[in-house]
Design a protein around this ligand. Structure first.
Ligand code: MLT
Length: 237
């Protein structure tokens, strides 16, 4: 078993993916929101690439049974019920509902990785649980960081390091690529308060937009044991 860490671009292609477990991370905020929706009883979460696709899916299922969620530029899409604040995916709103979800980078990365043998949804809030599940599955692990428009994003890399740290605690230091090694170092520095991520691109933008509470929540380790997974285009637990 080995771990490789990548940043998602829509050109990502890996012919070994069909025999790997992929963990997709968009810690700020899409995968954190998905995990919270699942934790709060959403029936299923359907990731989509475009707002129009999300609206059509909701129309086919029936608007009363759906919560339409999504953002562009961090802001709720017009006509959508909620944006992408994990704190909005409350039990009252999502329990028993289908969440149709469209975000700038996170849902793109999830849809783009659907060829993996197993696709798990990871974030800081489920880091130990997702690591345990990936180890149980016994295959090579690809951690796919959604990043920001195809670019490296330090928040995702730190969360990847947090998951690698948990994997190491289960199986020891298995082979890891350079990005995995750097992710782990970044996570250890963050954990021991040697760096903070507030000035990084995505963090600082969310804080500027008034989403500081989201950032705090997204960086709280091990809030839940819920590990959502994608099968046939649908995320469930
Ligand atoms: C994304 O998918 O790009 C993010 O989750 C954006 C956000 O923070 O809303």
């Amino acid at each position: 078993m080995r771990i490789d860490v990548h940043t998602y671009t829509n050109r990502f292609a890996d012919n070994k993916l069909h025999s790997c477990t992929a963990i997709v991370i968009d810690v700020l905020r899409a995968t954190t929101s998905i995990i919270r929706a699942a934790q709060n009883g959403a029936l299923k979460i359907i990731p989509t690439k475009e707002p129009g696709d999300a609206a059509s899916v909701a129309m086919n299922i029936g608007a009363r049974d759906c919560v339409l969620a999504g953002e562009r530029g961090g802001i709720r899409l017009p006509g959508f019920d909620i944006g992408n604040s994990p704190l909005d995916f409350s039990h009252e709103l999502v329990s028993g509902k289908n969440v149709i979800f469209c975000t700038t980078n996170g849902t793109q990365a999830i849809c783009g990785m659907s060829g993996a043998a197993n696709l798990l949804i990871g974030a800081m809030i489920n880091r130990t649980a997702v690591a345990r599940r990936a180890v149980e599955l016994g295959q090579d692990i690809v951690i796919m960081c959604a990043g920001t428009d195809g670019r490296f994003s330090a928040d995702d890399i730190c969360a990847a390091g947090a998951i690698i740290d948990a994997i190491y605690s289960f199986v020891g230091r298995i082979p890891t690529d350079d990005c995995g090694i750097v992710s782990h170092l970044l996570y250890r520095d963050w954990l021991e308060n040697r760096i903070d991520l507030d000035s990084t691109l995505h963090c600082s933008r969310l804080i500027r937009l008034g989403f500081g509470d989201d950032v705090k929540f997204c960086f709280t380790p091990d809030v839940t044991d819920v590990v959502p997974f994608l099968k046939d285009g649908v995320i469930t637990v």
